[in-house]
Structures are given as C-alpha cells and as structure tokens.
Ligand binder design. Structure first.
Ligand code: ZN
Length: 236
C-alpha cells in the first residue's frame, strides 16, 4: 500500500505542476486535413507540441489549397531523437511524414515555423530533388518563400528573409536567399512562384520558364534584384 502511493502520487503532482514532456500519439482533423502526431519517447514539452500542431493546421491547409489541392490529406509528424538534422520530409508507412529532431526544438523552442517549411515540401511533392528538373536551390527557395508567406510566428523564432544581398549570395544559394528573390519576383510578376511550382511538379521545369514568365532570363533577373537591393551585380 505504501509502495503504491509512492509510485502514483509523484506522477500526478509532476503533471499538474510542470509543463512536462510526455509520450503522445494524437490525431486531429481540421479543414479536410488529418494530422497524426507521434512522440513515442516523450521528447517534446506539451506547450511546444501544441504550437507545432497549431502551426501545422494554420499553414499546411492553406499551402495545399493555394499550390496543390490534391496533396496528401493525411500527414504525420514524428519526433525522432535519433535524427540529428533539424527536420525532413519523407514517406513513412505510406504516409507523408515530417520528422523533427526534438533536441533542435529544445534549443530553439520558438522555431515552430520549421513546420511551415516542411509542410510546403509535402505540398510540392515533386518527382525528384537535386536534379535538372527539380534543382534543390529552387525547391528550398520555394519552401522558404512559403515559410515567409504563410508562417505564424517567424519573428519569435528569429527567422526572416534577408532584405540585403550580401556578396556571397547567389541566385542558387537556396533557402532564404532564394526565398527573398522569389518574393521580389512574385511582387513584380504575380503568379511566378505558382508557375514554377507547377512546372517542377510535372517535371517540366527548365530555366527558360523565367524568361517566359518575367521577360528576362534568370541571370538578368537576379542582377536586377541585386541592383535594387543596393548590391553589386554578378557581372560587375
Ligand atoms: Zn527544406
């Protein structure tokens, strides 16, 4: 009897008093999208888990609606302590799955919009990666363009697209550098990013698309962007 009380009481006290991490398997459906959240090792604090889930539902359905309405309607988020990157997207058990390193979130608990970037990779669903038909710099640039556009709390995570072009920035730097360029290009040529995304998804992407949609080839467009941001153009 005494032993029994000792086992039970501290658990109850701890769960009431602290935002402790605990193993979780949750499933929720909103806006026609089902999310299965899995953290079998109990690696992530409940408040971070709740913000990850809220960020997913605030962003993935909109990204999906705007870019690829037939993208998967069921998505899994898996917390995997054995993964030592930040996060990635892949298929697990035939479900589109976002795998996240919980230690990254422990160190950067406000970087919850990493889900917005990864969710866009599910929307993209391109047939390849790091190929001529799907260059990785452009795939990652579009994912960061989406993080900027749809993100819930990028500021809290200390995340923003660069407003200045540094000498080391190139059009194919990818991620935020390319994301900022895409945002600039989209403002001048509405529909540009959607056109690029659609071409990438169907395997029809070629560099000539830039000229087709903007009137300029890619190097010329990048030079115009750099000049507008007060940088030095490629050919200078
Ligand atoms: Zn990515």
């Amino acid at each position: 009897m005494r032993l029994r009380r000792c086992l039970i009481v501290p658990v109850i006290v701890a769960s009431l008093a602290f935002p402790v991490a605990h193993a979780a398997e949750l499933q929720q459906t909103r806006d026609g999208v089902t999310l299965a959240y899995q953290d079998t090792s109990g690696s992530t604090a409940a408040d971070v888990r709740d913000r990850i889930i809220a960020t997913f539902f605030a962003t993935y359905p909109r990204e999906r609606r705007d870019f690829h309405p037939s993208a998967p309607s069921t998505v899994r988020i898996v917390m995997d302590p054995s993964y030592d990157g930040v996060a990635y997207v892949g298929e697990k058990d035939q479900s589109a799955t976002i795998t996240i390193n919980p230690r990254w979130l422990e160190k950067h608990p406000n970087d919850t919009d990493l889900v917005t970037h990864e969710a866009m990779h599910i929307v993209q669903g391109y047939p390849g990666y790091a190929s001529e038909q799907a260059p990785s710099w452009l795939v990652e640039g579009i994912a960061d363009f989406a993080r900027d556009h749809y993100g819930v709390d990028n500021g809290a995570g200390g995340w923003a697209l660069p407003t200045q072009v540094k000498p080391e920035h190139k059009v194919d730097s990818g991620y935020r550098v390319t994301g900022a360029f895409l945002k600039w290009g989209e403002a001048a040529h509405p529909g540009l990013v959607k056109a690029l995304d659609a071409a990438l998804r169907s395997g029809r992407y070629t560099p000539s698309l830039w000229k087709q949609h903007t009137g300029e080839d890619l190097p010329t467009l990048w030079d115009a962007y750099v000049a507008q941001r007060g940088g030095t153009a490629r050919g200078a």
